[in-house]
Structure formats: structure tokens, C-alpha cells
Design a protein around this ligand. Structure first.
Ligand SMILES: *Cc1c(COP(=O)(O)O)cnc(C)c1O
Length: 344
């Protein structure tokens, strides 16, 4: 067993036993290699390093009270990676190959899979696809390398479901209209780092981006989707420049299942004052409640409008949704949707 204090895990890198790798070249994927070193050997001219020909996924595996290992909706991650790869013009693994490598990665690193009792902890899987052949010309890579990496993680940055303060940065965008915003490509993250760093320096945990064309509607946070609760409604933005979050999609289904109304539509900044609960959602944390949302014309300025939600704790409706998803992921409640994928 790995010597890990499961209660102290954060969202960070831990070296595990293996990473898995396969390369697409000459029309086929090479046999899956299991590497004990997590350093790669490939050309310094690889397209990934020069033209950001890279996309990735993130999903989690959990151990249930029954000892069984569960992955959460891996087919959705496989499909989304295929969609990102198509955008980059590179070959992607089939859904079968994607899931086979995720399963093998979990088994080879089972000692890093947190025990059932470790609340909020899981084994995070990071499937990654890069253009790997040497190239100078700007074109989609002919050869792609697909890897599945993993690391044990804790659920929270701070305490359990602590609400965070976030900022709207009106003078920065993460994606262009009709651009790459809806694809899970590393380049989107590179483009969000400058504004995220400015926001961090001011004590904000995340940046909320508006629709890049009109700056009147809410898009999403730098690495998670936006949702709001009003009356008995779950409201989340519809936009071509946001990443289709599997967590958000799952929350919409669960909200409807629990008798809430679900609205996926344009969400205007001026509606913020009418929302009861606001949160971020994504695989890493499922839900992070937002306490203060600050709107700044220039992120670097003092001028601001502040919206406050709740009292610094997770709101009751968000908490109910959070509990449902996290219990389903660990097998504590029935899975009415067929989302759990067992690893045998
Ligand atoms: C991955 C990601 C999310 C969350 O998606 P999940 O499938 O829920 O993990 C949200 N926004 C961005 C920009 C992302 O890259």
C-alpha cells in the first residue's frame, strides 16, 4: 500500500507506479505500454510543443463501501476527447481503447486509489492526447500519442465545500467567439493564465468570463462551468464558447430527478442580483459554492460591483445536488442513470 495520508490530499501531483501510453502511427495504435517513469521520450519538434496540438480529459475513480471500483461516466470523456481531437485534426483513441487504458491505469495503480473511508478523495485520471511527430510546418500532426496518467487527489482546496470569492474580468477573455472555447484543449488554459494570475494576486479563487462578443452574458469560469439556483430552478448558461462539462450535464439530470426545473439558456450579468445560490461545477470538486462575485470593469482597478450569495457556506439546493452526485459516484445510493462504470 502506498504511504499516503488520504486526509491531507489536495488537487496535486503524486508519482504513481505507472503511466500508460500508445502511439498512433502508420494507421494504427501501438500496443499499450506501461511506463514506470513519468518522463516521455519524443521529438523536441513535436507539434504539441510548438503549436499547442494537445487536448486532455479529467475523470475520477472511487472505491465503494463494497470494495468495488467505480469510474464516473468514462464514455462521455472518451467522446469529448474525440471531439477535441477532431478540432485539432489529430487521431483520437476509440471509446473502447480509452476505457481499456483507464481501467488498466487504475489496476496498475490501485494502491493509490483512496479507501472508501477517505471522504472526498479519489484517483484522478488524466487522459492526454498530443501531436507527437517532428514538424515545423503548421499543420495537424500525423502521429498522436495518447497517455493515461493518474494521481490520488482530495476533493477540496480548503475545507469541505467552503464558498469562494471570484471575479468577473471584463478586460480579458479565455476564448474567442466561434473559437476554441468549447473544446478541452490545453491552449484555452494557457490563454486564461494571465487573468487568473492577476485575480489570484487580489485574493480571488477563480475568474468568471463573459461571452466574448457582447460581454453581457455569463460564459464560465477558467476551469469550471457556472450554475445558479433561483426559486426551484437550476440555471446554467447556453453558449458556444463554454466547455460542455460532464458534471454540469449530470447536475442538470439530477436536478430534474429531484424535482427542480432546469434551464439551459443565455444568462445575463444583470440577473446575478436575483440568484439565491451560485456555484462552479466540474470534475475536480463537483461543486464549489460562490460567496462573493465581484464585477470589475478592469481587473486591475479598484472599481467594483459586488454580488453576495448566502453566508459563506454551501447553499441548501447546491448541497443536495452535491450529495446526490458524490454518493452516486461511490455507490452509496442507487444509480438510476447507469452512469457508474465498474472496474473489475
Ligand atoms: C474540464 C472543464 C470543465 C469541467 O468539465 P467536467 O467534465 O465537468 O470536468 C469546465 N470548464 C473548462 C474550461 C474545462 O476545461
Amino acid at each position: 500500500m502506498a504511504n499516503i495520508d488520504w486526509s491531507k490530499l489536495t488537487f496535486s501531483y503524486t508519482k504513481t507506479n505507472t503511466i500508460l501510453k500508445t502511439v498512433y502511427k502508420d494507421g494504427a495504435w501501438t500496443p499499450i505500454a506501461s511506463l514506470t517513469e513519468d518522463y516521455l521520450h519524443f521529438s523536441a519538434y513535436a507539434g504539441a510543443l510548438h503549436y499547442a496540438i494537445e487536448c486532455f480529459e479529467g475523470l475520477k475513480a472511487f472505491r465503494g463501501k463494497d470494495g468495488r471500483i467505480r469510474m464516473f461516466r468514462p464514455e462521455e470523456n472518451a467522446k469529448r476527447l474525440q471531439r477535441s481531437a477532431k478540432y485539432l485534426g489529430i487521431e483520437a483513441p476509440s471509446t473502447e481503447l480509452f476505457i481499456e487504458m483507464c481501467e488498466r491505469c487504475i489496476k496498475e495503480n490501485e494502491e493509490f486509489l483512496p479507501p472508501y473511508e477517505a471522504t472526498g478523495a479519489s484517483l484522478y485520471l488524466r487522459p492526454t492526447l498530443i501531436g507527437s511527430n517532428p514538424q515545423l510546418g503548421v499543420q495537424s500532426s500525423k502521429e498522436s500519442t495518447f497517455m493515461v496518467l493518474c494521481s490520488p487527489v482530495g476533493a477540496y482546496v480548503g475545507g469541505a465545500l467552503d464558498a469562494v470569492d471570484v471575479v468577473i474580468a471584463r478586460n480579458y477573455d479565455r476564448a474567442a467567439p466561434n473559437g476554441s472555447g468549447s473544446f478541452k484543449v490545453g491552449g484555452n488554459y494557457a490563454c486564461s493564465l494571465y487573468s487568473l494570475n492577476v485575480a489570484h494576486a487580489q485574493g480571488y479563487k477563480a475568474v468568471l468570463y463573459l461571452d466574448p462578443a457582447t460581454k453581457t452574458k455569463i460564459d464560465e469560469f477558467n476551469s469550471s462551468n457556472f450554475f445558479a439556483i433561483k426559486d426551484n430552478k437550476y440555471i446554467t448558461p447556453k453558449s458556444d464558447s463554454i466547455l460542455p462539462s460532464i458534471t454540469n450535464m449530470s447536475l442538470e439530470t439530477v436536478a430534474a430527478h429531484l424535482g427542480m426545473e432546469v434551464e439551459r439558456r443565455e444568462v445575463f450579468v444583470e440577473e446575478l442580483k436575483t440568484f439565491e445560490e451560485v456555484g462552479e461545477c466540474g470534475t475536480a470538486v463537483v461543486i464549489t459554492p460562490v460567496h462573493k462575485l465581484v464585477d470589475k470593469p478592469f481587473l486591475e482597478s479598484e472599481e467594483e460591483t459586488v454580488y453576495t450569495f448566502g453566508d459563506g457556506k454551501c447553499g441548501p439546493k447546491s448541497l443536495r445536488l452535491y450529495n446526490f452526485i458524490t454518493q452516486l459516484q461511490k455507490g452509496d445510493i442507487e444509480d438510476p442513470f447507469g452512469w457508474v462504470h465498474f472496474v473489475e
